[in-house]
Ligand binder design. Sequence first.
Ligand code: NI
Length: 145
Amino acid sequence: MSASHAETMLALALRESERFRKIPEQEAAVPRAPGKWSRKEVLGHLIDSALNNHQRFVRAQLADALDFPGYSQNEWVSSQGYEQRNWADLVTLWEALNRHVAHVVARIPVDKLSVPCRIGSGAPVTLDALVADYLRHVNHHLEQI
Ligand code: NI
């Protein structure tokens, strides 16, 4: 299960980063609608997701159960000033993070996939379900870029 998730993640990182690189800098900085995130901010949000999920995926393997805080998505994006970063740098960072997360996911021992993980005040789910959620979340935001 995690091996196929890892393959999907890697293929997606390679394919989408190539597509992102064709988007001009100015276009990436424009809010998608009044008060909405720009492409830079959406990708920043996906970078935050990769960083948080990387922590979850590693920590869950080292514990019998994981209890880990969630993160306030809007505040994470606004406090980091993603709109002031270079688009090409954000794309490179996102691609590199996902190549590594895919590598990490591929190595999760089968017996660790069932470790219960509680994120914030949510109900516990298995590590395997967290990995599936991560992929679903990336796919959900791709259409906004
Ligand atoms: Ni999101």
